[in-house]
Design a protein around this ligand. Structure first.
Ligand code: ADP
Ligand code: MG
Length: 571
């Protein structure tokens, strides 16, 4: 079976996302592989698919017990032989699972990293990474299994520079050294250049293939508000979103409790979450949030790693996060379903001073300096008057346009302009492609992309490439804008496709003008280049149709309608 067939038969998905397929190929070629992909991007399949294709057992290192269980349950539901081992199980249970692994009845075995390490050694590790290591009996058991792949999820946990250092992760290099022929795939959603190099180093990856997906989360709107009056602003914000699900991050445990109970007293549906709550209570609150039984989770950063809840509509930061990695990871929990979502942060410079006080690492000037620098970068984000998305993406070494149109800075520099032509181009592409594609594809199509995803029959359509003068980001924004105004609709589901609405027809017919918000810079650029290809044959056809429909004479030449739309027009 090919990776695609495995994806379809075992997981029920029709196609790979982003770089998934290339990553899987790299693993199948037994290369060490490093994957940096945003939260919700689909990292799990990058090792789950190879696990089913390779001969032997795939060990998955995963830091969170709750997460491990969810993943294994999901795999089992798909009929895949998977199990996990962690400290919540009795030794009898653990032995039974190892027996299964020995008799090759398992394809994937999830492991908590602390299983590989003696307790007393954990304490020694953070200060001295090369601490002498005596393998636990368990470590030796793992070596005796027929291991074909080691997957290390949340790999940034191995680095001090990440935001979630776990000393047990340092043991994984020993695992790699003991099994030099077994490929390792390390996956994370959070790593700047420094952390990235640190991960590759500490895991002792050999000439790894490196895959870095775009970090842009176009559907998340970034906003920063001054912290003065934060509570009132928060209530305003929440009142407009009463039926929506969201996370509010606070710095301290106490403030999560206070805020949650104040919210409750004011009729909002909120619960606190922090590491100081009883284990059962924490689990219960998390579960309730996942099941939509409570709308608002007021939490410390203890909440959220790996949580796969698709309809989180907003993430609010009441206090400044300690670095951009954490901030991006936390805001990334919003809008995993691709629908418009908000990231709102309250900011005052006082937070920087306060956090610096906590960030000092006694006796380690280098670490202190790095922590301070990261805080300064976070503060710069708060103070920014240019595009916030660009700042975030550049932070992760990803280039970006000066203008995203979906953050408070960009939105402050816009004006309403006549966007009828742009809207008509989008609507005619949606129509021509029979309302079967999402925004990403429609944009590639409009821009005449040479991506292999676009088949020849689509390339031959007249609408192909009619929007090549506008950037991807800009098209995304236009589509978001006209969707919000009801000229387009999005279907439900993980992969929403764009659909025409009753309002689209009037625009296509030239009977309604569409106003859109745009930056002055873009308006000027477009005014300079506004020439439209004139296609006689098509125009004649349309004219015939128009006559037939007895409509006005105004349909522009680049509008190409699908049969379905023509029928709708005729109706
Ligand atoms: P990550 O670990 O990168 O945060 P996950 O592996 O948890 O992301 O995947 C996020 C969601 O996306 C999951 O619900 C998963 O089933 C879904 N997903 C991943 N890849 C695909 C795909 N190719 N097609 C459809 N859904 C996918
Ligand atoms: Mg994951």
């Amino acid at each position: 079976m090919s990776p695609l067939q495995v994806l379809q038969t075992h997981f029920g998905y029709s196609s790979f996302r982003l770089e998934q397929e290339n990553i899987i190929q790299s693993v199948l070629q037994k290369k060490d592989t490093f994957v940096l992909m945003p939260t919700g991007g689909g990292k799990s399949l990058c090792y789950q698919v190879p696990a089913l294709m390779l001969d032997g057992l795939t060990i998955v290192i995963s830091p969170l017990i709750a997460l491990m269980k969810d993943q294994v349950d999901a795999l089992r539901l798909n009929g895949i032989q998977a199990a996990y081992l962690n400290s919540t199980q009795s030794s009898f249970e653990q032995e039974a699972i190892l027996d299964k692994a020995r008799s090759k009845e398992l394809k994937l075995l999830y492991l908590a990293p602390e299983k590989l390490l003696r307790q007393e050694e954990t304490a020694a590790l953070p200060k001295n990474q090369s601490a002498k290591f005596t393998p636990t009996p368990f470590f030796n058991t793992i070596l005796s299994l027929h291991v074909c792949l080691i997957a290390i999820d949340e790999a940034h946990c191995i680095s001090h520079w990440g935001h979630d250092f776990r000393p047990e992760y340092l043991m994984l290099a020993h695992l790699k050294r003991a099994l030099p022929a077994v490929p390792v795939i390390a996956l994370t959603a959070t790593a700047d250049n420094l952390t990235r190099r640190d991960i590759v180093d500490k895991l002792a990856l050999k000439e790894p293939a490196i895959f870095i997906s775009s970090f842009n989360r176009a559907n998340i709107r970034y906003t920063v508000e001054p912290k003065a009056g934060a509570t009132d602003k928060l209530y305003d914000f929440l009142t407009k979103r009463k039926n929506e699900s969201g996370i509010i991050y606070c710095l301290s445990r106490a403030s999560t409790e206070t805020l949650a109970s104040n919210l409750k007293a004011n009729g909002f549906d909120a619960l606190p979450y922090h590491a100081g709550l009883e284990r059962e209570q924490r689990a219960r609150h998390q579960e309730m949030f996942l099941r939509d039984e409570v709308k608002i989770m007021v939490a410390t950063i203890a909440f959220g790693m790996g949580i796969d809840k698709s309809n989180v509509r907003y993430v609010v930061h009441m206090d400044l996060p300690k670095n951009i990695e954490s901030y991006y990871q936390e805001t990334g929990r919003a809008g995993r379903d691709g629908l418009d979502s908000e990231a709102l942060m309250f900011y005052s410079y006082g937070d920087v001073t306060k956090l610096k006080y906590f960030a000092e690492v006694e006796g380690n000037q280098e670490q202190t300096n790095i922590a301070f620098r990261k805080l300064d970068q976070m503060a710069m984000y708060g103070d920014l008057s240019s595009c916030r998305r660009k700042y975030l993406l550049n932070y992760f070494d990803e280039p970006a346009d000066d203008y995203c149109g979906n953050c408070d800075s960009c939105l402050a520099q816009v004006e309403r302009v006549d966007g009828t032509i742009a809207a008509q181009k989008v609507l005619s592409a949606v129509s021509r492609l029979q309302e079967r594609f999402g925004a990403g594809y429609i944009i590639d199509f409009l821009r005449g992309s040479n991506s292999s995803k676009i088949p020849d029959d689509h390339r031959q359509l007249k609408t192909f490439g009619i929007g090549s003068d506008v950037s991807k980001e800009e098209w995304n924004r236009i589509i978001r804008d006209i969707t919000a105004q009801g000229y387009l609709a999005k279907s439900e589901g993980t992969y929403p496709v764009l659909k025409l609405t009753t309002k689209s027809i009037a625009v296509l017919k030239g009977m309604e003008r569409v106003m859109i918000t745009q930056s002055r810079a873009i308006v000027e650029k477009q005014e300079a280049s506004e020439t439209i290809e004139y296609d006689t044959e098509l125009f004649d056809k349309l004219r015939a149709l128009r006559r037939q429909l007895a409509e006005d004479e105004n349909v522009p030449a680049y509008i190409v309608l699908s049969d379905a739309t023509l029928q709708e027009l005729a109706a």
